[in-house]
Design a binder for this molecule. Structure first.
Ligand SMILES: Nc1ncnc2c1ncn2[C@@H]1O[C@H](COP(=O)(O)OP(=O)(O)O)[C@@H](O)[C@H]1O
Ligand SMILES: N[C@@H](CCOP(=O)(O)O)C(=O)O
Length: 322
């Protein structure tokens, strides 16, 4: 359960008085997510999500994330909206953390996505990429090559405790990516964490996207590679080409990938697998025992990384034209 910071009712009621959000009826911590503390509130005005921003979220980046949700919503993307306080601010403070109240999005995330859902996700990702056009703020990706090096430096010394030989393998992978990372692909604002738990469905219909707290400016095709990693592998570690084909078809139907983006997919997928491996490894080694969060397995992403290493071309992901 991702609740790192506790709140008490007295402080919460005082916090709510700064908004036009009704009277508090009940609240509870949400047993999902790993980055921030989230609470579901019921007030006389309806349901709301309260988010307290934790370790990986820089306060200076919050205007980018909250502004992006407003921008996307105004362009027809169904995503939560931060509520303004009486003084107009979107951000407040609770229990010593930056905090925001955001609208509750109906739907639930899929534990077992099928190819048809992957197609919807591909479409929604491309629509989001197009809708981000014109968003005025910029945020460089703190978790790209430089960030990976810094993160790895914090874990490398203990990596072999998790799996023997890891230190050498990841060191080699980073060196490869330093040389092979694409430079001239189309860029824009990317979600950067569009995993199944951040996409809501009502029945088979995609109902909205949440969790924009890794969003940043980077290569659009990198976001596609993140989705291939997050949506198209089975529990046994195998890549499901039917899901990959559906996701890529869905994306291409809205924003066709260029030949250069297609050619770069295997390297981008290696990079995105490494990125999630590294954050998971760091959390694995540093999250204190007994913390109210379910730690995610870094080895799942090592396996994905190894898969991408032997991919010769994007055709192996299900791209008919590659
Ligand atoms: N706007 C929202 N509407 C409905 N549920 C939400 C909303 N935001 C978050 N949640 C719930 O909280 C969980 C964790 O949210 P998330 O933003 O993914 O947290 P984290 O940033 O910690 O990963 C989600 O899986 C969902 O159940
Ligand atoms: N998706 C990341 C972890 C970030 O958590 P989220 O709950 O914000 O999606 C991973 O799986 O490593």
């Amino acid at each position: 359960m991702a609740v790192y910071t506790d709140i008490n009712e007295v402080d919460l009621k005082a916090f709510l008085r700064q908004y036009d959000a009704g009277e508090l009826m009940s609240y509870k911590g949400i047993a999902e997510g790993v980055e921030n503390s989230n609470f579901l509130l019921h007030t006389t005005a309806g349901s709301l999500i309260l988010t307290l921003y934790e370790k990986r979220v820089e306060k200076a980046d919050l205007p980018f994330f909250l502004g992006l949700m407003h921008h996307l919503s105004s362009r027809g993307v169904n995503c939560p909206l931060p509520l303004p306080r009486h003084d107009g601010a979107l951000l407040g403070e609770l229990s010593g953390r930056p905090a925001a109240l955001i609208t509750f999005l109906e739907g639930m995330w899929l534990r077992k996505p099928e190819p048809a859902h992957c197609r919807e996700v591909g479409k929604a990702l491309a629509e989001m990429h197009l809708a981000c056009d014109g968003f005025a703020l910029r945020r460089p990706n703190a978790l790209s090559l430089d960030g990976w090096q810094a993160l790895w430096a914090k874990s490398a010394g203990r990596a072999d405790e998790v799996l023997s030989g890891l230190r050498e393998e990841i060191g080699g992978e980073l060196a490869f990516l330093e040389g092979a990372w694409p430079k001239d692909l189309p860029e824009g604002v990317i979600h950067a964490d569009l995993f199944p738990d951040n996409v809501f469905f009502l029945g088979d219909q995609l109902s909205g996207l949440i969790d924009f707290y890794f969003a940043c400016n980077d290569m659009l095709a990198y976001d596609v590679s993140i989705c291939l990693n997050a949506w198209c592998f089975e529990k046994d570690g195998s890549y499901n080409i039917t899901k990959g084909m559906a996701l890529l078809d869905g994306y291409n139907a809205v924003r066709p990938l260029s030949a250069a983006e297609i050619a770069a997919l295997p390297v981008l997928a290696r990079g995105s697998a490494l990125r999630f491996f590294l954050t998971r490894l760091y959390d694995w080694l540093t999250t204190p025992e007994g913390a109210l969060v379910v730690k995610k397995d870094p080895i799942e992403y090592l396996r994905k990384l190894r898969f991408h290493r032997q991919v010769a071309s994007a055709a192996e992901y299900g791209l008919a034209s590659a």
